[in-house]
Design a protein around this ligand. Sequence first.
Ligand code: SF4
Length: 570
Amino acid sequence: MKISIAKTAGFCMGVRRAVDMVLDASNLADEPIFTYGPLIHNPQVLEMLESKEIFRIDTIPEKGEGIVLIRAHGVPPEDEQALAKAGFTVINATCPRVVRVQVIINKFAKKGYATIIIGDKKHPEVVGLLGYARGKGHTITSMDQLAGLPAFENAVVVAQTTQNTEFYQEIKDWCRVHAPHYEIFDTICGSTEKRQNEVRELAKSHDAVIVVGGKQSGNTRRLAQVAQETGTSATHIEDAEEIDYQALGSTQNIAITAGASTPNWIIKDTCLKVDQNLKRRRPVMGRLTGVLDFLLKTNLLLAVGAACLTYGAAIIQGGGQTHVYAAIAMLYVLSMQVMNNTMTIKSDTYNKPDRASFYKRYGRYLKVLALISGCAGLYLGYTRGWVFFGVLAAMTLLGLSYNMNIIPAFLSGRRIHRIKDVPGSKTVLIAMAWGIVTSLLPAVDGGTPWGMAGVSFFYATGLVFARTAFVDILAVQGDRIAGKETLPILLGKKKSMRVIQYVLIGSALLPLCGFLLGPAGNMAFWLALVPLFMLLLIKSYKEDSFLSGSPYEFLFESSFLLAGLAAAMT
Ligand code: SF4
């Protein structure tokens, strides 16, 4: 019994770029923001944009103000000029692959060539392309129409980027025979073809295929059709509520894919619901994953991880009394994480819909848990003396004020009101807070030499930085919607991944420094396992960009337990 998620499921490059551009504009600008026509054919994304007050205009007014975003399909050049003339600031989010076709048409149209576009004349991309043909554009959707066109002295032939490759091959073959002087360009986007090939293969090796995406989205409909053509049962749904579990029956292997305009949160939600349904059929497995989910959602696993990291840091520091420090770290992390989750329900609705509904449902109890653990941690800190208590209390206050408007406008400009608004602050502050509570405070309290205190601090901070930044990469789409300024939003996914890897390599070398320079002993070598394990998980993510599911998250959050294991072996 398994669920496979297509690697190509979800936004294509052009759609992701357009959605990112409109969200970035909305998060940065104070002016009204519009899209010219629907940004993409997906009702949930359009609803989300409206909730962020990004509205749509379908006609160009004589006068306007604000920002208008041109969608990935592109528009005729005269529309772009008219928008600017009306007074809008125009952001052109036309997909670079569509821009390439526009440039080809424009270049040849200037020389007087006729343009033959293979595609539906009503499709927005084709409407935009025709605008570059200087009145000499022709669209065709069949071989008969091609044969019926006049014989042009000069013509350029292009295809709408989402056209069928086999059909375009026929067109090219016909032209080579009947009009060899025509200039023909390969303009079909590989993204559509890859997606269709993958669903064809998945359909052959699975009992059922679920295709997720807007009912108006042509590429999603075509995806469902390709899957059905293989003879495997395939359903096209717009969201998880439409899944017919009775029709799935005793299906064992299900493949899930999605159109180019389907956002990750809808795909995640669908996977989650199908997964839950399959597990209900196996009660033991269902109960086990239920426990796992509970540990993740309540952050109990992460809190135990913080305790383990404290034991690990203690190895580098040369041992000493650690139980009380481990308990303080566990209580502090539990309190802060739970509190933070109760305040991030909005972004979780997109990133982790199951956690968002868990916090909506049990928010009151979870706040009590955060309060009790926070107070218990502070009390234990107090037993270690005023300095320990003071630092812990300051960190708690900082954590609690993270989401509050505490930065005066005259200091920060209009955009930054909360610590949370400072770009990249979350990743750095969480890592430092963990580093202080799991290694620095115990080191100072226990009189560890500064050198070893520093090594253990950077080891713990590095690991937590990597974990937080990686979780942020998984959540980048929802965070952008919620207007969060996380590291991957600031640097981009690739650069963030590189930073994480360097940090983890550094963290793997630090325990060895501890061994060479101080009292860490042979067990320090085992501590290198934690960053190495994380590097392995990241490698697997890069090779097979899967969606974050509970088992995977469980593995990542469990990395810190390895530090506890190393400590237990000393
Ligand atoms: S399908 Fe291809 S051409 Fe069309 S928007 Fe996506 S990446 Fe661009």
